[in-house]
Design a protein around this ligand. Structure first.
Ligand code: BGC
Length: 521
């Protein structure tokens, strides 16, 4: 495949490394465990894996507080073990992406320690007086630094788009500190590319240049980075955590994600599709009905409008990833949404002209586990705890779920305690399981390029059942509990390729509750 074309065709699988597979029996996932599980990822059919940060860190924010961008965290293994994983993955046809925490470091990073003692250092943003949101210097340097997320994550200084004589700490983007940070981003990426890494998901990609109306300077920074990639590493890709593909792709990213929060509408379009229990398990969002809701009270309109905007704005130049969930949010199987409802969500995700991103465990219907302790900064509010979507992968029915041989009390997070928790082994043995549905849908997407991001789409019905044509294929998805019907008013593809619970006569399409199907001519 030429250059970065692989991104648009990718079926991306997100691995939270702490919780995927523990190879050394200490209760936390690692590279060795991940390498052992490559066979599964290959069998499933995914072709790119994104790992959350696996670098040296005090783990105040699960690794998003990096203390050395060029070293792996010992808990996961050595850089050689990571290289072994990327090599083995490549052999299995799977590309590996890491996470580039571009906007901040840990307050334990040596750059920050130096900056907190040296008033001439401008790798971070230092105000000479208390300013809103700034934190007092922990070092001999007087002043206050700007954090990017938690207080222990000082923002790297990429400059301010607008300077102000009253706030002399606002440096322009081409000042020495900001330039050094830009160069550092390239050094970090090149370092990992040399070890076989194919790209990065870029954390908080919109946060770099401060006070930047319209993200003009932030866009320049990323376009410059992209020009460097195109010249030096033309097959490596960067995917933004931005939540606005129409903005980030023209700025140089090869892809971006629809996000459950963040972006111009603070995640509302994705939540209107599947909200994964927002409003019930979190306090941050209103409990509004989503389309993939068993009661069938949602609407596709908001998501479709946002997707149209993304499609027009990216104009074939990059991918808009549609995630089932991620490490910051609850899973597809959250609250009242049961496993039997999930196949319909995957049927949409894997046949819609977006790029699919599967969050580990969603393919077997792992659920968001409520009531866990705040772990490595997982809690962001009294009811908003990210730990519930970060629990160990459930591989089999043994007491450690095949995740780890360690005693349960040493597990990074407890396993889902429910007696009927799903697992990979049982679902691999059952052709009718969610896992097999997902695998079949991935294979179908591969076999029929019309289902990919570049194929045409025509929505025939945006209510229940959602019905659309992808070239010569017809997709029907009914995510609600009640059956749904649709009169057939024109000749439609009628040969069932895959699905469950959808039937068609010459005059009517009938979709049972929680059903889906793909028909060919
Ligand atoms: C990551 C979070 C992290 C935050 C700070 C987010 O966008 O996805 O997990 O806590 O950035 O780095």
């Amino acid at each position: 495949m030429v250059g970065t074309e692989w991104v648009r065709d990718a079926v991306l699988y997100q691995v939270y490394p702490q919780s995927f597979a523990d190879g050394n029996g200490d209760g936390t996932g690692d590279f060795a465990g991940l390498t052992d599980r490559l066979e599964y990822l290959r069998w499933l059919g995914v072709d790119a894996v994104w790992l959350n940060p696996c670098f040296v860190s005090p783990f105040g924010d699960a690794g998003y507080d990096v203390a050395d961008f060029l070293g792996t965290a010992p808990r996961y293994g050595t850089a050689e073990e990571l290289a072994k994983f990327t090599d083995a993955a490549r052999g299995a046809g799977i590309r590996v992406l890491l996470d580039l925490v571009a906007g901040h470091t840990s307050d334990r990073h040596p750059w920050f320690a130096r900056s907190a003692d040296d008033p001439s250092d401008h790798r971070y943003i230092w105000a000479d007086r208390p300013a809103p949101g700034y934190v007092a210097s922990p070092g001999s340097r007087p002043g206050w630094y700007k954090p990017n997320f938690f207080d222990f994550q000082p923002a790297l200084n990429f400059g301010h788009a607008r300077t102000d004589p009253d706030e002399p700490w606002r440096l322009p983007v081409d000042a020495e500190g900001p330039r050094a940070n830009r160069a550092a981003l390239r050094e970090i990426m090149a370092h990992w590319f040399a070890l076989g890494v194919s790209g990065f998901r870029v954390d908080m990609a919109s946060s770099l240049v401060k006070d930047d109306p319209g993200f003009v300077e932030t866009g320049r920074l990323w376009r410059e980075t992209r020009a460097w990639l195109d010249a030096e590493h033309p097959d490596r890709a960067i995917l933004a955590e931005w939540g606005d593909p129409a903005r980030s792709v023209p700025m140089g990213f090869h892809g971006d994600f629809f996000l459950q929060f963040g972006g111009p509408e603070d995640g509302a379009p994705l939540r209107s599709l599947w909200d994964n229990g927002a409003g019930t398990v979190h306090e941050h969002w209103p409990a509004e009905p989503c389309f993939f809701d068993a009661e069938g009270r949602g609407s596709m309109r908001r998501f479709l409008a946002e997707w149209e905007r993304a499609r027009a704005g990216t104009a074939g130049a990059g991918a808009a990833f549609l995630p089932t969930a991620n490490h910051d949010y609850s899973r597809l199987a959250t609250g009242p949404r049961t496993r039997e409802q999930l196949a319909a969500a995957f049927a949409f995700q894997l046949t819609w002209p977006t790029a699919p991103a599967i969050y580990y465990g969603d393919e077997i219907g792992m659920r968001y586990v409520p009531g866990l302790p705040d772990t490595e900064g997982s809690a962001l509010g009294p009811r908003y705890n990210r730990a519930g979507c970060r629990t160990p992968m459930q591989w089999d029915a043994t007491p450690g779920a095949g995740f780890s041989d360690a005693p349960a009390e040493r597990f990074y997070l407890p396993l889902d305690p429910s007696p009927d928790r799903p697992d990979v082994a049982a679902q691999r043995a059952d052709e009718n399981s969610l896992l097999h549905h997902v695998r079949r849908l991935i294979a179908l997407r591969r076999a029929h390029p019309a289902l990919g991001p570049d194929g045409p789409v025509e929505v025939l019905h945006d209510g229940y059942p959602l019905t659309y044509l992808r070239g010569d294929l017809l997709v029907v998805v009914n995510p609600r509990r009640a059956p749904a019907g649709l009169p057939v008013e024109r000749e439609l593809p009628g040969r069932l390729l895959a699905g469950q619970g959808v039937s068609m006569t010459h005059s009517v399409l009938r979709a049972e509750g929680f059903s889906w199907a793909v028909f060919a001519r």
